[in-house]
Design a protein around this ligand. Structure first.
Ligand SMILES: [Zn+2]
Length: 390
C-alpha cells in the first residue's frame, strides 16, 4: 500500500470508530438512520461495554443520521428526602453501580454542581449524565429544601410532569435542526472532500496542485466547522464551558471528529428528558407501544437490587416510595395519552417451547414449570401463563 492509501485507511477506521455512541446502562439512544426517516430506539450493547454503559452504532453517513441520548431518572425523591438508589432499568444485561444512603431535605445546607457532579453539602453526591442535568437537579433540590414537607409532593409531581413533556422534546428538536443546518452542510462537505475529493485527486494527479487544493479545502472546512461548533455549543450548552475547549480541540484538529460535529452537539440535547417523553415525541405507534410496554413491565417487576453501603434498607424504601407515588403514575399517564387508550396487559410470549408454562413478567422469556425465577433479569419471579404482565 502507498502511504496515501495507508493514511486514507487509517482515517476511515478512525472515522468508523467515532460512529459509535457510548450510552449509559440506564439510557437509550434514539436514532434516525435516514434524513426525516423513522426514529428507532437502540439499547446500549451488552457485549461492547461495561457495567456503566454500552456502545451503539449510529449512521456512518452524516447527511442521513440523527442521534439523541436520553436517560432514566437517576435520583429517587420523596417528601422526606432523596437517594441515588433507583429501581427502574428496562435494559437487559449489566446493572450500573448504585450508591445507597439517604439525605433528608431538612439536613440540606448547600447544593450545587460542578461539571457533571451534583454536590450536596459540599461533597459529591452523584455524577450525572451532563452538567445540564446536574444544574437542573440542584435547582430542584433547593426548591424542595425551601418547601415545607406538606408541599413537597406537589413540587415533585409537577417536576415529573415537566420532565415527561413531549412538546418540549419536539420544540428542542425543531430549534436544533434550524440552528445546526449550516454546520450540517459544512460537515457533509468535509465528508465529501476527505473521503472522495482528496483520494481521487491523489489517485489521478499524485502530489500535484489539484491534490493540494483539496487538502486546503479540507483545512478551510475544518476551520469553519470549528467556529460553528464553538458558537453552537456555547448557545446550546452554556453550562458546559469546562468541556467546550476540549471538544473544540477535537473538532478543530481531527477531521473524523469534525465530520461528526452535529452528533457531538445532538447527543446531549435530551439528556434531561425522560426516555418515555422522547419515545412519545419521536416513535411511531408500534414503536412507542413496544417501548412503553418494556418500561412499564420493568416498573412492575424491577430487577432486585443488591446494594452495599449505608442505610441500604432506608434507601431502597425511598426508591420504592418514589416509584409508586410519583414515577409510575406519571409514566402511566404518558403511556395512556400518546395512544389515547388505557394501558393494556402486556402480551405473553408467543413462541413457546414444549413444556413452557411460565414466563418472566419483565422480559417475557418463556420458562418451564417450576423454574421459579428469571436468571436474565437477576431473579425476577416467573409467573404462570395467563397471569399477564401489566
Ligand atoms: Zn426476565
Amino acid at each position: 500500500m502507498t502511504p496515501g492509501q495507508v493514511f486514507l485507511l487509517a482515517l476511515a477506521l478512525l472515522y468508523l470508530s467515532d460512529c459509535f455512541l457510548l450510552v449509559p446502562r440506564r439510557g437509550f439512544a434514539f436514532l434516525n438512520m435516514r434524513a426525516r426517516g423513522r426514529w428507532r430506539v437502540a439499547l446500549p450493547s451488552t457485549a461492547l461495554g461495561n457495567d456503566r454503559g454500552g456502545l451503539v452504532m449510529t449512521m456512518p453517513l452524516p447527511p442521513l443520521g440523527r442521534a439523541l441520548v436520553t436517560g432514566l431518572w437517576p435520583i429517587s425523591m420523596s417528601a422526606r428526602g432523596f437517594t441515588g438508589v433507583v429501581t427502574a432499568c428496562p435494559n437487559p444485561g449489566m446493572r450500573p453501580p448504585l450508591r445507597s444512603g439517604v439525605f433528608r431535605w431538612d439536613d440540606l445546607k448547600e447544593v450545587g454542581w460542578e461539571g457533571r457532579d451534583l454536590l450536596v453539602n459540599g461533597r459529591r453526591f452523584l455524577r450525572l449524565a451532563s452538567p445540564q442535568v446536574a444544574r437542573a437537579y440542584s435547582v430542584l433540590f433547593l426548591t424542595l429544601a425551601r418547601t415545607p414537607e406538606a408541599g413537597r409532593a406537589v413540587v415533585i409531581e409537577s417536576w415529573c410532569r415537566r420532565e415527561l413533556s413531549a412538546r418540549r422534546v419536539r420544540h428542542r428538536l425543531r430549534v436544533f435542526e434550524r440552528v445546526t443546518s449550516a454546520l450540517r452542510a459544512t460537515c457533509n462537505a468535509l465528508f465529501f472532500v476527505a473521503f472522495v475529493a482528496v483520494p481521487l485527486t491523489y489517485w489521478y494527479f499524485g502530489a500535484a496542485a489539484p491534490f493540494f487544493f483539496a487538502l486546503v479545502a479540507a483545512g478551510l472546512l475544518m476551520v469553519t466547522i470549528g467556529v460553528q461548533f464553538w458558537c453552537l455549543h456555547r448557545r446550546l450548552y452554556p453550562e458546559q464551558g469546562s468541556e467546550r475547549l476540549q471538544l473544540w480541540l477535537l473538532v478543530g484538529f481531527m477531521p473524523q471528529y469534525a465530520i461528526r460535529a452535529v452528533d457531538e452537539l445532538s447527543k446531549g440535547l435530551l439528556a434531561n428528558v425522560h426516555p418515555l417523553a422522547a419515545a412519545e415525541a419521536l416513535l411511531d405507534d408500534a414503536g412507542f407501544r413496544r417501548f412503553r410496554d418494556a418500561v412499564l413491565r420493568d416498573l412492575d417487576s424491577p430487577v432486585p437490587q443488591v446494594l452495599c453501603g449505608e442505610e441500604v434498607d432506608a434507601a431502597l424504601a425511598l426508591a420504592v416510595e418514589f416509584r409508586e407515588q410519583f414515577e409510575e403514575p406519571a409514566l402511566r399517564a404518558v403511556a395512556a395519552r400518546r395512544l389515547g387508550e388505557p394501558v393494556r396487559r402486556a402480551p405473553e410470549p408467543q413462541s413457546l417451547e414444549a413444556g413452557s408454562a411460565e414466563f418472566c413478567p419483565r422480559c417475557l422469556m418463556p420458562y418451564e414449570v417450576g423454574s421459579g425465577e428469571c436468571l436474565d433479569c437477576g431473579g425476577v419471579e416467573t409467573v404462570p401463563l395467563g397471569g399477564g404482565a401489566i
